[in-house]
Write a new protein. Structure first.
Lengths: 151, 411
């Protein structure tokens, strides 16, 4: 039960119910679609990259509470960051959600994203948490419209 | 047990060792039977005794083990034949499962019958395994897939089906019991209508074989495909029933050992039915295990199990309908064993995760029926699917788990 409370923390539920930056950016410079074929979660990430900095970010899509809240928090945490900083953040986030359950991790700047640390105890939900980030990476790599898949 | 005694679910549960295990510190509540069923001890024992006592290849040895293995393997075929009341053992082909059975028909009779511009009819509630093989066939040939629509309760629109059949229709392939909705389709009518136009019909029996009494002669279907693992048997074994005259008219599927009579470099003469369609060393243990599963079902009585499951479904439906914010998907008049549902504001995957922490195993997702999800404009459902070893107490645990889910998600 405590794992469950860890997973669905209040902030996760809040982002699920009121996702931030939940919009299409009409003037996006980069976009990508992400898809988790296992459970059907779908997401589109829109970026406005200016001089190597993510000036604006938005997302749309359907998914579970974990994927939706993770996407919402992702947009908040990368907005205003350089592309390199955003990529570093993804690596750190990925390490956190894929670590051995019960082990500590070094939180050097994940901030609010830490509320998803409980995902590591639910191996079949890790892909839900990382979908938005994979899609972010795909959109950074392909300004013509990229695709990310968790499979 | 005799058939006038009430169905003793507690005794039946003791036959399934897995049902006594715990999950996450709670007694397992296994409600994912449409995905795969659990196995009785007698099936597990049969696999062990096959490998530890009579393991040998079938149909070729003169030695004792080979004879014993062949007898058991062919004995299993007879048991399956009786279960679905086919005319003869030769009409029972061992496959890997329902999927392989459908692919076999698509790539033999399908290729022979369907020409450019012709049509194959399926329905909106098919499993991907009864969509994709026909799609592939149609792409190869330049034919078209026609889809029988359904109503909001998840029932086929039979009028539309009748209108859809034209001289262009060369095959019909329809699910008997929907895995995602629980709808029991009027397959006898479906077959009769197709036959009026001389069109053969395949029935996907993956869900119906374990839960309904099936008589393929009464249904008059040309093919009936199902899987062993949903019928309390092992994985990797399945059955394709086909009428003799249709099977005989069909070209071969996979070729190689076992399915031939004689081979020279100039010419091969194929074996008789059913071996013509069983190339290579078969899944002997799987077939024998399936035979043991059929024995088990006969011992408890499929008709009594069916009546009990139907009582359980009714109880489950009533209980779920009392929950505010829950919507059932699949409310057909004729249903069996499946409770697919949505909870307001909560994604099915989150429901699945919360229930798992309560020891309750359900399936969440599209259930390999993406076109059906598109029809209902939903990404997924949560699905509890029943078997005769489930209890009302387990339905109560599900209901409690759903309330718990709402609690976790209340802000």
């Amino acid at each position: 039960m405590s794992d469950l409370v860890d997973l669905y923390q209040e902030m996760v539920l809040d982002h699920n119910n009121r996702p931030r930056n939940f919009q299409k950016l009409e003037d996006a410079s980069n976009t990508a679609d992400g898809y988790n074929p296992l459970c059907g979660d779908q997401i589109t990430v829109y970026l406005k990259v200016e001089d190597g900095v993510i000036a604006d970010v938005g997302f749309q899509g359907v998914g579970c509470a974990i994927s939706k809240s993770s996407a919402s928090m992702m947009t908040q945490s990368v907005k205003g960051k350089s592309v390199e900083e955003a990529e570093a953040l993804f690596h750190e986030f990925h390490a956190m959600v894929t670590r051995e359950p019960g082990t500590e991790f070094e939180n050097s700047g994940l901030g609010e994203l830490e509320v998803l640390s409980g995902v590591c105890a639910f191996p079949n939900r890790i892909k839900c948490a990382s979908l938005a980030w994979h899609t972010l990476t795909a959109s950074l790599n392909d300004s013509q419209g990229g695709h990310a898949s968790t499979e | 047990m005799t058939s006038n005694k009430p169905f003793d679910v507690e005794a039946v549960r003791k036959d399934f060792p897995i049902l006594s295990r715990e999950v996450q510190g709670k007694p397992l509540v296994y409600l994912d039977n449409a995905a795969t069923s659990q196995k009785p001890q007698s099936v597990i024992d049969k696999l062990v005794s096959y490998y530890s006592e009579i393991n040998a290849n079938v149909h070729r040895g003169v030695h004792t083990l080979s004879q014993e293995a062949t007898d058991e393997y062919e004995g299993a075929r007879s048991k399956v034949r009786k279960l679905i009341n086919a005319k003869e053992d030769a009409e029972i082909i061992f496959t890997r499962g329902t999927t392989e059975g459908i692919n076999l028909v698509a790539q033999t009779l399908g290729v022979q019958r369907v020409g450019e511009g012709d049509e194959v009819i399926i329905s909106n509630m098919e499993h991907h395994s009864n969509v994709v093989p026909w799609q592939v066939l149609c792409d190869q040939i330049g034919a078209h897939l026609r889809v029988v629509p359904i109503n909001d309760d998840g029932e086929l629109l039979m009028d539309e089906y009748e209108k859809m059949i034209t001289p262009r229709t060369k095959l019909v392939s329809i699910v008997h019991l929907s895995n995602a909705l629980g709808t029991i389709n009027p397959v006898k009518d479906i077959v009769a209508i197709a036959h009026q136009h001389g069109v053969p019909v395949l029935l996907d029996g993956a869900q119906s074989a374990p839960h309904l009494t099936v008589d393929v002669q009464d249904l008059d279907c040309d093919f009936y495909a199902f899987s062993g693992h949903k019928l309390y048997g092992p994985t990797g074994i399945g059955i394709l029933y086909g009428k003799r005259e249709v099977l005989e008219s069909m070209s071969v599927y996979q070729t190689g050992g076992e399915q031939i009579k004689s081979v020279t470099f100039e010419k091969t003469i194929y074996n008789d039915l059913p071996y013509k369609f069983e190339a290579g060393t078969p899944n002997i243990a799987g077939a024998i295990g399936l035979g043991a599963a059929v024995d088990y079902i006969n011992a408890i009585g499929l008709d009594r199990a069916e009546a009990y499951e139907s009582e359980l479904l009714q109880y489950g439906t009533e209980q779920l309908q009392t929950i505010e914010g829950l919507k059932l998907i699949g409310t057909a008049q004729h249903k069996s064993g499946v409770l697919s549902f949505l909870l307001e504001g909560i994604h099915p995957h989150d429901i699945g995760t919360v229930l798992d922490t309560q020891g309750i195993a359900i399936r969440t997702g599209h259930h390999c029926t993406q076109p059906l999800m598109q029809r209902f404009q939903i990404p997924a459902t949560a699905r509890a699917s029943l078997a005769f070893y489930n209890t009302k107490a387990e339905i109560d645990a599900l209901v409690e788990g759903i309330h718990k889910t709402f609690e976790v998600f209340s802000l």
